[in-house]
Every structure is written in structure tokens, then in C-alpha cells.
Design a protein around this ligand. Sequence first.
Ligand code: ATP
Ligand code: MG
Length: 554
Amino acid sequence: MNTNSKNKSKNFIRHIIDADLKQGKNDSKVCTRFPPEPNGFLHIGHAQSICLNFGIAKEFNGKCYLRFDDTNPAKEKEDFVTAIKEDIDWLGFEYEESLTYASDYFEDFYQYAMQLIADGNAYVDSQNSDEIKNTRGTLSEPGIESAYRNRSINENEGLFERMRSGEFENGENVLRAKIDMASPNINLRDPIIYRILHVEHQRTGNDWCIYPMYDFAHTLSDAIEGITHSLCTLEFEDHRPLYEWFLDQLELPSQPRQIEFSRLNIEHTLTSKRKLATLVSNGTVTGWDDPRMPTLSGMRKRGYTASSIRDFCSRVGITKKDKSIQMALLENSVREDLDINSPRRMAVIEPLKIIIKNYDSDEVEYVDAVNHPKNPEMGKRKMAFGKELYIETTDFMEDPPSKFFRLKPGGEVRLRFAYIIKCEEVIKDEAGNILEIHCTYDTDTKSGTGQSEKKVKGTIHWVSAKENRPASVNLFETLFNHSEPKSEADINPNSLTVCRNAIVEKSIDEANSGDRFQFERSGYFIFEQKTNDGLMQFNRIITLRDSWAKIKKN
Ligand code: ATP
Ligand code: MG
């Protein structure tokens, strides 16, 4: 796998910017923007756009605006603004000096629209929305000109003013750019630039009852802010001629350049706000920040680190090719970061009791456990070892296959940081369920003492039955079974497993909410909080090894 070497590689957008700077364009300045619509939470696709826009501004000593594209009050909420800011803060980008809202420019937009009218470049259409839709034409047929298309400038000015002052109902009139109903590009067939919407706006209240359409508001906002390179996803390629038309017709403070790149798609998940919103409203997930969601807030709750997401975005890179990235690539970035930074602990997710028959029942021995095998600076801790312990249920098999090097009847295994034990007896209930395993330990085999040369093939983790903390552990799988999910029918019914009988070593008591650990042999986990019934609640961030490789192989 290609790793950090790729991080600094130049994508085609950086080449364009380099060339523009060489030619002295834009007074040698670079200015970008990230323009989310506050109608949902940000997802991993947005992270790519954030890293690109803020990253480029930083690299070229420029500026990146965080501009809320709040032009559709029917769908937008202040809560989403708050959530989006929180996500960008978390990702580690700064926008204090560059936070704007499209609604800051509503008066400017109105004046520019008036200018279009005055120049004969816009008209008020009184057709209803169905009529407008039905006269747009198709890819093979031109559209049909509206009967209102040739209204006089005076009449248009009067009508547009009356639209603003609230004289008309929703949908009674729209303002359209007067371009070309026969254009092969449907976006240029007299696109609507203003519509009537008697809806209170989260920031401007009831000041307006007409709102600008995306293409118009977006182009003008870019020009007003002095954006030099307006980076957007490929679905806007066909809108670029319209973007440029506005720039050509109006005398604007600057002439931004739109450049498109391909959206980030990841297998087994969705990167569409609209589809994610459906999962939330249907209750398929617990909310936008459900740890299974590809939202930044979900991934944060899941335990992913911001730096691993930035690393992933830079590895994926920016292209014009449409493709789906494997989930394994994202997980690799997360795993690499956690491997380096997470202290090791022991936890048993599904406990099986072990009784060491030849160990004194009153005795407790404290063994040294290293916190990180590759980083001695992370130090050591003491773990209580005693007569009664728990191991993972899956680490014992009564009738194992030949390559099973964990505990089996008559077999020996090393308990990590402690002794070698031997399975002497399997205790069952009447129904044949295993209740506990009786073992003996070999007194000469204490780890780190070099007392004995004895070697066994398997080493397993364990937790003292006397000194531990009860825990509840959430295990996640992908939200969708299908690699290219389309609908809720592709939901993975096993995407969440809650293990409420888990046991963690006592030292974790000191953990703060948000602390991450590697539970040896199980994966990386984040401590959320204590549940109402006193259990320490953890989310499994990710397994230790790439489980995708195995799935592919089978
Ligand atoms: P969605 O389809 O998820 O609702 P959107 O484009 O409608 O996304 P916006 O709030 O308009 O949502 O997006 C803000 C910015 O993020 C836009 O510039 C958009 O191009 C970019 N963006 C959105 N999704 C992706 C993605 N999957 N990959 C890269 N950039 C994206
Ligand atoms: Mg959008």
C-alpha cells in the first residue's frame, strides 16, 4: 500500500493553481471556499472537499471561506450550521476570519438581478412550475419560449419589485435569466434565478419572500468574496457555462474560475446527504451521529481520529475519474494512527471463567504489563493475577482443529504477561453448556523472569475475576451488505452487536470519555461513558487486522 509518500503529491487542481500563479493571475492570490448547505450533517465526502479547499488555501498562503449556502430556508436549520462547524473544528481547519453565509449577500443578489433585468438579460415568467418544466425541452428537442419572455424591462422591474414586496403567492412568478431556450445545454434554457417562497429564514427572518436559486447565488457569492478557484464536484460541470454566463453579464468584483473534481464514493456506504437523511428520519440509525454512519460526527463517535480522516483524504487524492474507494483504505488510515497512539489493555468481550486449582485462593499477584510493545515510553501497568480469571470464550475449544493453539482439553497456553496454564477439566451444566474450565499453572513460567525455557505456541489475554470492571461493548459491521448500496433493502441487519457481559481490566477505571485503547487481540476501542447501570461503555472503532482481505479471499 502506498502510504505517506503520496501525501504531498500534486493533483491536477494544484497544477492549475501553480500555472495561474506563474502567469500572475488574481494578483497572485489564492482564495477557495467550502460551501455546505445547512440541510444535514457532513459526511466523509465533504471531508475530502474540506481538506482540498482548506488545504490549498494553507499551502498557497491564501484564504478559504466557510460559506453556508443558506438559500433554501424550507430545508435548512441552525442546528445543522452548528453541527457543520463542530465537524470542521474537529477536522482541524480554521474559519474564524472567513465564516460567511450566502444570506449575507441577499441584498447584493437582488441588486444584481435588477441589473440583469435592466440589461434585458432576465424576465419575470408567470407560467406555473409545471408549464415551465414542460417547456424546457429534452436533450434532443429545444425548449419552448415563454409567452412572458418578451416583457418590457419596465414591466419586469415592476413585477420583480412586487415579488420582493410579497404581493404574490408561492409559484405565481419566477425570475428567469434570458439566455437561449434552444441551447443544447439545458442549464442555459432560461434558468430560474429567483423564486417566491413565503418561508421564514433562519438568519434573515421574514425580510425576504423571494430566494435566489443555487447557481445564481453560488456564482455571485464566489465573485463577491474574491474566490479565485471555485472547486466543486463533477455534477456541476454542465453548470459551468451558466456560471460563466453570470460572470460575463454582470460587472462583478472578481472573476472566479470553476474547476470540477470527482465525488468521493466509498464501498458499503453512502455519501449522499439526502439518502443519509432518510436513514435518520426512518429510525434505521439512532441519528446523524450514529457510529455506523459515514458522517464526520458518526465517525468521531465511533472513535476515528481526525488525523486519520485527513490522511485518508490525501491518499485518495483528487481526480476527475468516478470511482468507488474500498472501505479498507479508510480503515487502514485509522488503524495506522491507532496502532501508534493507543495504549494496550486487556478486555474479555465474551467471558469464560478459568479456575487455577493449584493457585492459593487468597493470593493476588501483580504482574507487569507493557502499555505499548513498540513504545517503551508509554510505560507499564500492574495487572492483578489470581486463582479466578476470565478468558475469551472463543479462546477455548473442546474439540479443536489441529492448528488451534489456544486452550483445549489437556493443552497448554500462555496467559499474556503471566504464566503458562494447562486445561485439566471442563465443567458443564446439565444441558452440556460449558460453565468453567479448571486449570493448573506452571509456577516456573512467569513472564519476564526467564525462569523456564518452556515454550507454548499460543498466548491469550485474560482479566482477573476479582479486579476488573464490567463493560458493555458495541461491535460494528458495515451499515450495508451491498458494496454499492442503493436503498434500505441493502442494510446489514448485523451492523450492531451489543455485548453487555464484557469485562475490562481495572486500570481502565481511570479512562476519560473519548480515550482510545487497543484491547489486545480484539481491536481498537473508544470509551464513551458509563451506562446508567454502571457499565463502562465502549465502541469498537476497528478490528486489528484488515477483515476485508479475508472476505475477498473467501
Ligand atoms: P450531498 O449530495 O451529500 O447532499 P451536496 O453537494 O448536496 O452533497 P453540499 O452541502 O452542497 O452537499 O456540499 C458542499 C460541498 O461539498 C460541495 O462543494 C460539494 O461539491 C462537496 N461534496 C459533497 N459531496 C461530496 C463528495 N462525495 N465528495 C467530494 N465532495 C463533495
Ligand atoms: Mg449541493
